[in-house]
Ligand binder design. Structure first.
Ligand code: SF4
Length: 418
């Protein structure tokens, strides 16, 4: 299907997203932004591996000079990859960094608990971006929409699309069109429905901003790759999507071949870094996942020749049948203060028997709790070697040393199951 026509968004000198340009592939550093050396090295590594945009978290005003230095050093190394500052909660940080990097990702809904004030802060932010030619991503995630929206529409795909439309309408009013929009969820059905409604609403409005696709907190390994492929490929097959990020709880360079695989158009060769086994997994996910998700089929037919394991994984990614726990795990970023990948793998090993349960492992206490709203149980790193355990969005154990946290989580689950 032909891609939906979207506005072209210029990001720095070298990249245009949307407007019929090839789908851009991006990822995000998981180094601490204050560790300039490590972040420069990872940015260069990611750009060399084909990332066309590299996102870096900027947790507060104090990190703005760090990203400025990172940019300077990346450019001095001869690398022109545009940098995206990832901002949560702080409009002042977003405004301060808008003159430094090529693009800023924000969730304007969390700028301020008072919706009117959040709107005023967003308007000021757009002014600064306009002055500096900075691109913006309005990046809303399921689970962190804010009371203003959920009180009206619930925590639904419709609520996500309506929230995005409000902020996009403000961009149109401000005559600021250098905007990309995303509506990520870890639930592939929610994510696909939200983007579809958003695309339809933007078309009805007559202004279609380019869309950044991603399945957030997809986890890692085959499951994370399959979940990402099912969600992203479903939308790409409908002509929706101008840039993609595959989020994996693994080193970010490992996300790129999967994103490059999805961004290919007919006839393009397979990306480097994909072995035969992984390619077969991705092929199967893309061939069958969207059909299951769209309910065109109820089972993967035997003629597909897939193993039972792969069938189960694809069925679960499309949310048609659950054969194991559902894991929500963020990819980690500069806010993560512990070994997320190792912890996630151990949690998976020790909870593999809890079929159907939703278990989250999140890198930070700032965003983690909001973004794992669907989880039955959550393991959230606080920093300083401490962990908070959540049950159904409520913290039930705080400040647990991380050496004990998985045992305590399992004990709580066991007690609740009896
Ligand atoms: S939840 Fe994970 S990816 Fe999101 S900000 Fe926190 S550490 Fe980073």
């Amino acid at each position: 299907m032909a891609r939906i026509e979207t506005l072209p968004v210029r990001v720095g000198d070298s990249l245009v997203i949307g407007g019929g340009h090839p789908i851009a592939v991006q990822t995000m550093c998981n180094t601490h932004t204050s560790d300039i050396e490590a972040t420069v090295a990872q940015t260069l590594e990611l750009a060399a591996a084909g990332a066309q945009l590299v996102r870096i978290t900027v947790p507060g005003r104090q990190d703005v000079p760090c990203i400025a230095q990172i940019k300077e050093r990346v450019r001095a190394a001869g690398c022109g990859v545009p940098l995206v500052a990832d901002i949560h909660f702080s409009s002042e940080t977003a405004i301060a960094v808008a003159s430094v990097v090529e693009k800023v990702r924000i969730n304007p809904g969390n700028f301020h608990p008072d919706h009117g004030e959040a709107r005023r802060q967003f308007a000021r932010f757009l002014e600064v971006c306009k002055q500096h030619g900075t691109a913006v991503r309005v990046g809303l995630n399921h689970g962190s929409l804010g009371r203003y929206i959920t009180d009206r529409y619930g925590n639904t795909p419709h609520a996500m699309a309506m929230a995005a439309m409000e902020w996009l309408e403000m961009c149109i009013e401000a005559e600021f069109y250098n905007v990309v929009v995303s509506l990520k969820a870890s639930n592939t059905v929610v994510m696909v429905e939200a983007y579809r409604e958003l695309a339809r609403r933007m078309q009805e409005r007559g202004v279609v901003f380019p869309m950044h696709l991603g399945v957030t907190e997809a986890g890692g390994g085959d499951s994370g790759r399959i979940k990402s492929c099912v969600g992203i490929a479903s939308l790409l097959q409908e002509g929706i999507g101008d840039t993609i990020r595959v989020s994996l709880t693994e080193p970010p360079v490992q996300e790129l071949p999967v994103a490059q695989y999805l961004a290919r158009t007919g006839g393009q060769p397979l990306p480097d870094g994909l072995d035969e086994k992984t390619t077969a997994v991705l092929d199967a996910a893309v061939a069958w996942g969207p059909k299951l998700l769209k309910r065109e089929i109820d089972e993967i037919p035997d003629r597909a020749g897939l193993s039972e394991y792969l069938k189960d994984e694809i069925m679960q990614a499309a949310r048609r049948r659950f054969y194991k726990p559902e894991y929500i795990a963020c990819p980690g970023c500069g806010r993560t203060m512990y070994n997320l990948q190792e912890t996630f793998e151990e949690v998976q090993r020790r909870t593999a028997h809890l079929k159907g349960m939703v278990i989250a492992v999140m890198g930070c206490i700032v965003n983690g709790p909001g973004e794992m709203a669907d989880a039955d149980w959550g393991y959230v790193g606080e920093g300083g070697g401490k962990v908070t355990i959540y049950h159904k969005s409520e913290p039930v154990l705080r400040h647990i040393p991380d050496s004990e946290a998985i045992d305590r989580l399992l004990a709580l689950i066991e007690a609740a199951e009896q």
